[in-house]
Design a protein around this ligand. Structure first.
Ligand SMILES: C[S@@+](CC[C@H](N)C(=O)[O-])C[C@H]1O[C@@H](n2cnc3c(N)ncnc32)[C@H](O)[C@@H]1O
Length: 290
């Protein structure tokens, strides 16, 4: 079996399996997975493809190839995904942090006049923790509460809080949006949320990495994608401090409908942020104090 473990053979075998599974860049991914499993540097793969790796490394590589051919996201194989240049642990229990969600962080930081203030933050649907924990890193005097209806997602957010060294300023509650909060939770200076906003029937049309390996709970926004915004609109104002800010991530084409829902519930639009593809991605609201 030694011949099977030649770098060139392993790469060719892996590349074929990934190409057959519809992976867009099979050669690149096969090299990356061989690097991960066998710690073979790229220069060796290219310069000395006739060299062999030991059987344990070859088996680890083949296991990774099989998982990737099943369209498991690369982030799940690696166990982490970068967001705002911070490493977030991820798994099939949480939505992978998306670069587009950095628009929420940018919008919030730009809107806050004094980042050194002791703000109270709330993240509804905290998932991996990417929004709440990034904000806690950027706002050193802030404290934050993360809510999620998924126990396993909350466990991941807690692990990420520890790893990112903000666990002493973060608390987590399990439950349905605001119902999860204790009675004495008080008001928040900043409420962020990236709720599930994909139309139910659209989910089946997304990439297999999403439909088969990310939690449906994190994706499904109901028939028109707006179920969670409707629910949030009815409860945001009562939990917002007088000068507080709400920052909502939205899906493509949802700006008008979400703005209508929030204004009908007594909030006023306070800004908008585009994502990397220049689509409306984050809406800001404040209380209508008049
Ligand atoms: C789109 S994900 C966002 C995760 C993370 N905040 C992010 O930006 O990557 C939505 C999150 O909302 C949570 N969620 C869905 N329904 C919920 C509910 N009724 N109450 C609280 N959390 C909910 C999901 O479990 C999921 O973690």
């Amino acid at each position: 079996m030694a011949a099977d473990s030649r770098i060139a053979d392993l790469l060719s075998e892996g590349m074929k399996a990934l190409a057959a599974a519809g992976i867009g860049a099979p050669a690149h991914e096969a090299r990356m997975l061989l690097g991960m499993a066998a710690k073979v540097p790229l220069a060796v793969m290219i310069g000395f493809p006739e060299r062999s790796v030991d059987e344990a490394a070859a088996a680890a590589y083949r296991a990774l190839i099989a998982r990737r051919a099943d369209r498991e996201p690369v982030s799940h194989l690696v166990g982490e995904r970068e967001f705002w240049s911070l490493p977030f642990m991820v798994s099939r229990d949480v939505l992978d942090p998306r670069p587009d969600s950095e628009a929420v962080i940018e919008a919030v930081l730009e809107a806050l006049p004094d980042r050194a203030r002791g703000l109270r933050l709330l993240d509804l649907g905290v998932g991996s923790g990417c929004l709440l924990l990034t904000l806690l890193r950027e706002l050193p005097a802030a404290v934050g509460v993360g809510v999620d209806i998924s126990q396993v997602a909350l466990a991941m957010a807690q692990r990420n809080a520890l790893r990112l060294q903000v666990a002493d300023r973060a608390t987590f509650h399990l439950g349905n949006w605001m119902d999860a909060l204790p009675a004495d939770a008080g008001k928040f200076d900043l409420i962020v949320s990236n709720p599930p906003y994909i139309r139910s029937e659209e989910i089946a049309t997304l990439e297999p990495e999403v439909t088969r390996h990310e939690p449906r709970l994190a994706l499904d926004g109901g028939m028109d994608g707006l179920d969670a915004y409707r629910k949030l609109a009815s409860v945001l104002a009562q939990h917002l401090a007088p000068n507080g800010l709400v920052a909502l991530e939205i899906g493509i084409g949802q700006a008008e409908s979400v703005t209508a829902l929030m204004t009908a519930a007594g909030l006023v639009p306070a800004g908008m942020r585009l994502d990397l593809a220049r689509r409306e991605r984050c809406l800001l609201f404040r209380l209508d104090l008049i």
